[in-house]
Design a protein around this ligand. Structure first.
Ligand code: NDP
Ligand code: ZN
Length: 193
């Protein structure tokens, strides 16, 4: 049962409380979804991974970025509206989630190109979330890729993330170093095209 999250009573003095509220909200919104790997992992695992990467090793402590990381796929992959995010978590969280959300009215190829073009213009909050999201997805493409993806598609995905991450650099050296290390391990594991 999802408890209501009235913004007026939301604690503002505890990052932990805010992060847990975001996690409860995201877990509820994604409750019937799975990731694309063979084992159909629970969707929420990816959100926890992204939040944990931001905190460790990213050393992110500000609640807007941590909540944004947890909520980053709600607009893209669930029926959640920006207004709902703002009512529950405030305008800053709504804004950062919108920043990392693709325009779903566009074809997939355009969305992927626009992620590369938009990355350098995103806020520091959003660029760190993008970095953590790409690390999580690259880790998954290496060890638990979407089922039925041929090797070439996995390689193309890794190469595409390099172009998105290029625009996210300069905001979090630890996350950037982990991305570089993860990608290098990826090329070693699945082979460079
Ligand atoms: P998708 O965008 O369809 O899938 C990748 C996304 O799925 C990730 O970014 C991640 O997004 C999510 N995801 C869920 N589970 C996993 C998992 N286990 N591992 C990794 N990611 C996961 O695929 P593409 O990136 O390939 O983009 C589609 C584009 O590819 C289109 O332009 C299409 O035309 C083209 N295409 C390419 C083919 C090829 O062989 N190269 C074949 C067919 C289409 P999130 O974190 O947001 O959930
Ligand atoms: Zn994601």
């Amino acid at each position: 049962m999802l408890l209501p999250l009235p913004a007026a009573t939301m604690p503002t003095d505890s990052t932990t409380a805010l992060v847990l509220q975001a996690l409860q909200f995201a877990a509820h919104k994604h409750r019937n979804q799975r990731r694309k790997d063979e084992a159909q992992s629970p969707y929420v695992n990816h959100l926890i991974t992204v939040a944990n990467l931001l905190a460790n090793p990213g050393s992110v402590t500000d609640p807007i970025t941590l909540m944004g990381g947890i909520l980053h796929d709600t607009l893209e992959d669930t029926q959640t509206t920006p207004e709902e995010l703002e009512a529950a978590f405030g305008p800053a969280v709504r804004q950062v989630v919108q920043e990392v959300t693709d325009d779903k009215s566009l074809p997939k190829a355009d969305r992927k190109r626009l992620q590369i073009e938009h990355a350098p213009h995103l806020s520091h909050h959003a660029r760190q979330i993008k970095l953590a999201d790409k690390i999580s997805n690259v880790q998954d493409v290496i060890t638990s890729p979407p089922k039925d993806w041929p090797l070439e598609r996995r390689q193309e995905y890794l190469a595409w993330t390099e172009n998105v991450v290029a625009g996210c650099r300069g905001v979090n050296p630890a996350l950037e170093a982990l991305y570089d290390q993860t990608l290098a391990e990826g090329w070693q594991t699945i082979g460079h095209p």
